[in-house]
Design a protein around this ligand. Structure first.
Ligand code: KG4
Ligand code: ZN
Length: 364
């Protein structure tokens, strides 16, 4: 039992400006009191990707009003807040500076503690906010900037079991869409096109299948897609649909192999965990083929499959507030006002940086 905590969360690491107030009650259960997210999709779509300078300016313009709105929706004032949690990495440095400086200013003005939160920790702990999940569990983060399989052992205690050695999965979707002439962001467009496609038509590579490590690789798959499209020039709508369906099938088979190995390792290492669980997070978690693949895999291996509601899988400030609440409740120290934002900040400090990973920056 610990006293109830109300935490204000701020998220500005990429192209969503977000603020939220989250309650952690005396039994450790979480609820979201007020939550606002402003997507910058429109500002960036003309450029086919996130433009860091535009993102930082948009955060500056929106953040103060979003914080006011989150407090209003929660029915609280800054005086009712126990601590402020702001994302301080990894991500685009301009946006991180905006969010963290705002958090520091509020902390200074109110005298409340500040938690500088790792964005990946926000994703990693979300399933405890939504489902009250106990440690340890496995988390697959699949977004535009990351593809990581993480063992979540406790607050502040993470082991990275696998990561991409080249492109992130969302990035592979976005690049595939781009070379097929589909709109940005590519994931939903590829999924939509694949609905009417023949997944058997192209036998695309299934990167790293059979490899004993738990890492991922998607750049070879993207190259195969490009070659298939070039060999068909000019591509018809039917070709696009077939390529997209075959692309998703290759991903599904790769994930089955990679994550399947991860589940077996978890069982071997944590035989005493009665009901093991796999949690998914990140924008790619919206994909139905991915969800069905993971659900099947979990059913076969005796795991619970937990997919938080989509608005909590993609970037949001409730997960940042919750991570702050967990740190506070666990007695971890708050951060000083001299804490610096970090564009790169691995969750698992022991994990090696893999050659070629994270080329697109540290967007999560
Ligand atoms: O987590 P997120 O919203 O933002 C960050 O990357 O920070 O993830 C965005 C990524 C994009 O690459 C987008 O194409 C992908 O998630 N995505 C999808 C789907 N919806 C979004 N990928 C596959 N299928 C989808 N339905
Ligand atoms: Zn993220």
């Amino acid at each position: 039992m610990s006293p109830p905590l109300r935490i204000l969360g701020i998220e500005t690491s990429c192209d969503e400006t977000a603020a939220s107030v989250v309650l952690r009650d005396e039994n450790g259960r979480g609820s979201i009191l007020g939550d606002v997210v402003l997507s910058q999709l429109e500002e960036h779509s003309a450029y086919g990707g996130v433009v860091p300078e535009i993102a930082a300016r948009a955060h500056v313009e929106a953040l103060d009003a979003l914080i006011e709105e989150a407090l209003l929706r929660a029915g609280v004032t800054l005086q009712d807040i126990d601590a402020i949690a702001a994302t301080s990495g990894p991500g685009l440095i301009g946006g991180l500076i905006v969010g963290l400086m705002t958090g520091k200013a509020i902390a200074r003005a109110t005298g409340k503690p500040l938690y500088a939160v790792n964005h990946l920790e926000g994703h990693a702990l979300t399933a405890r906010l939504t489902d009250g999940l106990s440690f340890p569990y496995l988390m697959l983060l699949v977004s535009g900037g990351h593809t990581q399989l993480i063992l979540v052992k406790g607050v502040g205690d993470y082991e990275r079991w696998g990561t991409t050695i080249d492109d992130a999965l969302g990035e592979a979707f976005d690049k595939t869409a781009k070379l097929l002439g589909l709109p940005y962001p590519g994931g939903p467009a590829v999924e939509q096109a694949a609905l009417s496609g023949n997944a058997e038509r192209f036998d695309f590579p299934r990167p790293l299948v059979g490899d004993a490590r738990l890492d991922f690789s998607f750049s070879g798959l993207k190259t195969a897609v490009r070659q298939a499209a070039q060999s068909l020039e000019p591509v018809t709508d039917e070709d696009i649909a077939d390529i997209c369906a075959s692309f998703q099938r290759a991903i599904s088979r790769t994930l089955k192999d990679r994550i399947g190995r991860g589940l077996k390792r978890f069982k071997a290492d944590h035989a005493s965990v009665e009901k093991p669980a796999l949690v998914v997070a990140g924008g790619v978690a919206a994909n139905q083929v991915l969800r069905t693949t993971l659900q099947d895999l979990c059913d076969k291996n005796g795991f619970d499959f937990i997919a938080p509601p989509l608005q909590l899988c993609t970037d949001n400030a409730a997960m940042i507030a919750w991570a702050g609440a967990e740190r506070f409740a666990a007695g971890l120290p708050a951060d000083g006002l001299d804490v610096a934002p970090r564009s790169r900040w691995p969750l698992d400090q022991q994990a090696q940086t893999l050659l070629g990973s994270g080329k697109r920056g540290a967007k999560a």
